[in-house]
Design a protein around this ligand. Structure first.
Ligand code: ZN
Length: 383
């Protein structure tokens, strides 16, 4: 399947990070109050979470339990994919329903880099790319991109601007790989075809098109001789073709969600952040569509909220990471089936206008103590 060079800037440009963050402790209280303001009933709301399976998503889950007074249902798959096949049982377990979905990305407060996250429980407290599942998916594309960056050369002889491309990148009959948008790169001959000026043993040299020269700027070409294109292999110049491998962990949705904008993801400054944003956006849309059709939700009040969890890499001795939430969108469905979509700005303002303190929040330590103090119930095995 080919990725299509969608203009991700048009999609991602609307997903604002700066100034849109809540600390999780503040977000959860506000979300609870938001649900109450919409008429959801105290003690009858069942939260559900669709988070990655990572242990660092635990703190948000604990806060969910504290604010909603019950442990949330599990709607999530690794990578931040929503198990839309679990709508039925979820709907049966509560009167009013609040589904919280998030993709996640690590953040190193020392370097301000998105992606790195320190795992305090590893032997040497190692820092690893997070979300690890997304990192796994991106690896194949990253390798393809690196190969292309190093095997396309900008070549100049006097006033002739040329581009030399490795034969592997020119083989159109490959089942999968990185494919160049040749019509943007190469100047066609008068029959409109891309013919090489010269064929070498493992590569071919073409005249560079006007568009390509304009896009890169002529100063990218060496005064004479050649140099690799490197980071100037811009996203509009290539796409990917991929037989998405069977991935029962995510039903293949994760890679599918990321495939179309992949050329933008691999060239972005923070591929793990960009990928997590894309995944949040595509999963919200997909979940919204399944939610409006699912039988179990009819006659019920349901709230779906999607966003991005930013896991701030913890310091030694910290029990929980400081997680921030960036809301992306929400869908509120009323009992009569009417619904309202909240786009990012509107949703952020709705949450901001709510109080962050929640009079109904549960004292978890006290609740656990109460359980310990209760008389034991003996399980009777009849037979
Ligand atoms: Zn993850």
């Amino acid at each position: 399947m080919f990725s299509s060079n969608v203009d991700i800037k048009a999609i991602l440009g609307d997903f604002v990070i700066e100034g849109m963050m809540f600390r999780y402790s503040s977000f959860m209280g506000r979300l609870y109050n938001f649900c109450r303001s919409l008429g959801l009933e105290k003690g009858k709301m069942l939260p559900s979470r669709a988070f990655c399976s990572d242990e660092n998503q635990g703190y948000p889950i604990i806060l969910m339990a504290k604010h909603f007074g019950t442990f949330p249902f599990n709607h999530g798959r690794v990578g931040g994919i929503v198990s839309t096949d679990r709508h039925g049982p979820y709907a049966e377990h509560g009167k009013d329903l609040v589904l919280i979905h998030a993709s996640h990305v690590g953040y190193d407060p020392g370097t301000h880099a998105f992606g790195p996250y320190r795992r305090l429980q590893t032997e040497f407290s190692e820092t690893r790319p997070t979300c690890g599942k997304i990192e796994n998916v991106l690896q194949w594309y990253g390798n393809e991109y690196t190969f292309a960056k190093e095997n396309i050369f900008l070549e100049r002889h006097d006033e002739y601007f040329m581009v030399t491309i490795d034969n592997q990148l020119l083989r159109e009959n490959r089942r999968e790989g990185i494919f160049l948008n040749m019509e943007k790169i190469v100047l066609p001959d008068n029959r409109g075809e891309c013919h090489p000026l010269k064929s070498y043993s493992t590569s071919k040299c073409y005249p560079a098109s006007k568009e390509f020269r304009g896009l890169l700027g002529e100063s990218r070409w060496p005064v004479s001789g050649r140099r690799t294109i490197g980071d100037w292999l811009l996203p509009e110049l290539f796409r990917f073709k991929r037989d998405i491998p069977d991935d029962p962990e995510t039903h293949g949705y994760l890679e599918q969600n990321l495939l179309n904008p992949m050329s933008q993801i691999v060239t972005s400054q923070s591929p793990l952040l960009t990928a997590a944003q894309v995944n949040t956006q595509v999963e919200f849309d997909r979940t919204y569509r399944t939610l409006v059709k699912a039988d179990g939700y009819s006659g019920k009040q349901v709230i779906l909220i999607s966003g991005l969890n930013i896991d701030i890499s913890p310091r030694e001795g910290q029990v929980f990471p400081l997680t921030k939430f960036i809301p992306w969108a929400a869908f509120v469905k009323e009992k009569n089936g009417k619904g309202h979509l909240f786009e990012q700005k509107e949703l952020f303002n709705e949450l901001l206008n709510q109080r962050e303190d929640n009079p109904d929040e549960v004292d978890l330590e006290g609740a656990i103590q109460k359980m310990e103090d209760e008389d034991e119930i003996r399980i009777k095995i009849s037979g």
